[in-house]
Design a protein around this ligand. Structure first.
Ligand SMILES: *Cc1c(COP(=O)(O)O)cnc(C)c1O
Length: 329
């Protein structure tokens, strides 16, 4: 497989733990629920972007880059993990964040500062619209900048999740279990695309269900189109010889609530239940919403009692503190 030959910069601690959520399973009265702990990938409080960054930064270093540039929301987990990766590799990091300078930094933004990232405030441009300008300035200053795509979602980032399924496969083999479903938060598409390609490559039958976090994809494409295109770009890049088509894609868009980052009762319940019964922290934007989706599907009778469901924890808990006002009781 081609991805074994790609330059990969080790950044995280793998394999991440895989274990059962027996209490939550009992409380919800549904299927057996397991969790894959990508909140424990290492690198300044962890998260799913570490897997993507190993391949993306592998290429950056192969090209001689000394500076990383990326973009996101003020509470972006992706930006924080990129800043941590840069720090550990002695690279500079420029983050282009939506919004404007805040009096007191909290959550991921505080961590970005501690990790030494240079922050550029971009107003409404939270998806990297201002990257070309800053890239040019850095180049003119004699640096070798490398642009990490939004959310780390290109074919290299997705390759991190192809590899993640191989990791999962060896864990389930050792534990003598098999999953019927994998459920996770889907947003910029890299996690979802990588899991779809990995499933086909490994010839698995589990259903891969992304819970959409946001209603919109990009300006040009809907989220399903974006995920499918990225999955095919990844399959093609890895020379798998197969295609991914619409019938392979399961994206549940019923849990987007009032929009990106707006915490509703469903997210609050999911965060509290998982914390109280399992001692595990979810985040308000992604995993809280994805768990709310899983809980909703269990209550609708979507899974059989004897089925095995894996919740892929993609990280994000540092953002909890920036939402203290909405989460405290
Ligand atoms: C980025 C992120 C996701 C979404 O992953 P994508 O590959 O962008 O779809 C989910 N959860 C958390 C905590 C994230 O930071």
């Amino acid at each position: 497989m081609k991805h074994l030959e790609l330059p990969r910069q080790p950044l995280g601690f793998f394999p991440t733990p895989l274990h059962e959520l027996a209490n939550l399973g009992r409380v919800l009265g549904g299927p057996r629920i397991f969790i894959k702990r990508d909140d424990q990938t290492g690198l300044a409080l962890g998260g799913n972007k570490v897997r993507k960054l190993e391949y993306i930064i592998g290429r950056a270093l192969a090209q001689g880059a000394d500076t990383l540039i990326t973009a996101g929301a003020a509470q972006s987990n992706h930006c924080r993990q990129t800043a941590a990766a840069a720090a550990s590799l002695n690279m500079a990091c420029h983050l282009i964040l939506g919004g404007s300078a805040q009096k007191t930094a909290n959550g991921n933004l505080l961590l970005d500062q501690l990790l030494g990232a240079e922050i550029h405030w971009a107003g409404r441009h939270r998806k990297g619209e201002d990257i070309p300008k800053i890239e040019e300035e850095l180049r003119n200053a004699g640096l070798q900048p490398f642009v990490v795509p939004y959310g780390g979602s290109n074919e290299l980032g997705a390759t991190g999740f192809v590899e993640a399924l191989r990791e999962l496969d060896s864990q389930t083999f050792a534990m003598q279990i098999d999953f019927d479903h994998i459920v996770f938060a889907s947003s910029s598409g890299g996690t979802h695309a990588g899991l779809m390609v990995g499933k086909k490559l490994l010839k698995k039958d589990y259903e891969i269900t992304g819970i959409a976090i946001d209603k919109v994809g990009s300006a040009e494409k809907s989220l399903p189109e974006l995920i499918l295109d990225l999955a095919n770009a990844t399959a093609n890049y890895l020379e798998t010889g197969f295609q991914i088509d619409t019938s392979d894609l399961i994206l549940n868009e019923n849990y987007t609530g009032a929009g990106y980052g707006i915490i509703g009762e469903a997210e609050r319940e999911a965060i509290r239940l998982t914390a109280k019964h399992e001692g595990i922290l979810l985040d308000p934007v992604y995993t809280g919403r994805a768990m709310a989706g899983l809980i909703g599907l269990i209550r609708k009778g979507r899974f059989k009692k004897n089925e095995f469901v894996l919740f892929w924890h993609t990280g994000g808990a540092p953002a909890l503190f920036a939402s203290a006002d909405e989460l405290s009781m």
